[in-house]
Design a protein around this ligand. Sequence first.
Ligand code: ATP
Length: 197
Amino acid sequence: MKKIGLFGGTFNPIHNGHLNLLRQVQAEMQFDELLLIPSHIPPHKAASDLASGNDRLEMLRLAIEDMPEAGVCDIELHNSGKSYTIDTLKKLRQIFPTADFYFIVGTDMLLTFDEWKQWREILKLTYLVASGRDEGEYERLLEKAQKLNKDRIIVLHTQPFPLSSTQIRQKVKAGEDVSQLLPPKVLRYIKQKGLYR
Ligand code: ATP
């Protein structure tokens, strides 16, 4: 059976925290395909914080150029409003009728997973693969997975790279150096397009 890893987020922008997670999850899970799925951002967000869907998609493409199994998936960007994961999974199931799905999440996402729309249905359509964003989160993740569904939630003990897109946007705005926090091509794109200033 084909194994497909799915990684959703706003990716505003993608950063080395995301990529560190992806590389370690991929090393462990050996997915045949890995799809990055940027979500729609509502237009009421502050203008300086907003990169368009196309810009976020392009930065994702640049970031995964050296990961042959990875690709970008724009299905949530076509929707005018918020996409729920359950609906995205149903669409993906039509495109890949027989694959096993593994939805990758960081700590914040697993800890609030039981607030997601139809989370029990989500777990019928996909496994969840959870990993920490910071040191010392592994036990909490395990405990949450046990509580929600230990058969469908896989917790990996990865080496964390604590970082958020919010920090990147703040640093770019302040003119600080972010060259260690993003792939060089993504940084070049942000500069060329004047994003987050
Ligand atoms: P923002 O600061 O704009 O809220 P973010 O950095 O949290 O953004 P998202 O695009 O919202 O990034 O996150 C997408 C997914 O990546 C989520 O599952 C999140 O938990 C995970 N993630 C984000 N940053 C990291 C990190 N440094 N390490 C591991 N996982 C991460």
